[in-house]
Design a protein around this ligand. Structure first.
Ligand code: CA
Ligand code: ZN
Length: 305
């Protein structure tokens, strides 16, 4: 059992890059508690707090980064989400230019949503929360990617399966990986069509592992009995193509099956879904059930899960 560490939300970054200064150095297998601000850096506490007055340079913070000893380019970082706690209120924003309905609005609207006894109180609706992590990533291969944008390094993936019990598998591009996360949502639907989930501050407990020599192009997630490949692109078409390609390469890497048959199998038990359509790049995912992958030879040795 590894050590347990805490990273406070004072250690925040607004972009993923290899220049990030580690907030913490941990060993393979250690546990880290990340305190996180919401995606507006907790600036919206009431509906009186106008978006016009926001300090936009403080939007989309991620807590970290954490340097994981032993993680080298060409390895993967496995982040097991042990727990997600959320604060007792969250915020939502809808308005001009945001999402598929954005052209119907002139201004911006904010809504505070209280969270009580495991439910989000949306007017008269008591909606059971399903907390998830919007932003989780590592330093990209080159340059700097703001925390609002997803990509091969992770980032703003806004994928609702990144939740308690999930394992997020990220490609390592720089020594130590430099893991940061934030942007919790108490609840979010696929697509995130108004541009926000129930944006909320909170705390994430995670265990980090280094998987040596596991070279990935994009993030993968193991959650709810399935393996997901996640890809982001300018269009959903591009993102879907990449996500299905990533799953294909991954499965062909260990399974004894022809491309023709694998395509057929994907077509009958694989699921193509949309994670989000509101970030600068959109994110799609391809889902395969673990029990099917196990019959093809996938095992705990392939990925720690
Ligand atoms: Ca987000
Ligand atoms: Zn968010």
């Amino acid at each position: 059992m590894g050590n347990r560490h805490l990273v406070s939300s004072k250690n925040k970054v607004f972009a993923f890059s290899s220049d990030m200064k580690p907030a913490l150095i941990v060993e393979d297998g250690d546990e880290v508690v990340f305190e996180t601000l919401d995606c507006f850096s907790n600036q919206i506490k009431t509906t009186e707090d106008r978006l016009e007055n926001l300090n936009w340079s403080e939007v989309n913070p991620a807590t970290g980064p954490v340097f994981v000893n032993g993680a080298k380019p060409g390895d993967a970082l496995v982040v097991e989400i042990l727990d997600i706690e959320v604060a007792n209120q969250g915020v939502m924003v809808a308005g001009k230019g945001l999402g598929p309905l954005g052209e119907k609005f002139e201004g911006f609207y904010t809504k505070i949503v209280k969270i009580e006894n495991g439910c989000a109180m949306f007017n008269d609706l008591e909606l059971p929360i399903d907390p998830m992590i919007g932003v989780i990533g590592v330093a990209p291969k080159e340059g700097s990617v703001n925390c609002g944008t997803p990509g091969p390094h992770g980032g703003n993936l806004d994928t609702r399966y990144i939740k308690k019990g999930a394992k997020v598998i990220l490609p390592v591009f720089v020594e130590g990986g430099l893991l940061a996360l934030g942007d919790l949502h108490a609840l979010m639907g696929d697509g995130e069509v108004c541009g926000t989930g129930i944006e909320v501050a909170g705390k994430v407990t995670a265990r980090v592992f280094v998987k040596k020599g596991m070279e990935l192009k994009n993030p993968m997630v193991i959650s709810e009995g399935s393996l997901f490949t996640l890809a982001s692109g300018k269009t959903l078409d591009e993102a879907v193509k990449e996500a299905v390609n990533d799953m294909t390469e991954f499965v062909l890497g260990y399974a004894n099956i022809s491309l023709e048959e694998l395509t057929m199998l994907f077509s009958i038990v694989g699921h193509t879904k949309i994670s989000q359509v509101v970030d600068p790049l959109v994110t799609a995912r391809f889902r395969m059930p673990l029990d099917v992958l196990e019959k093809l030879g996938f095992s705990k040795d392939t990925i720690e899960y």
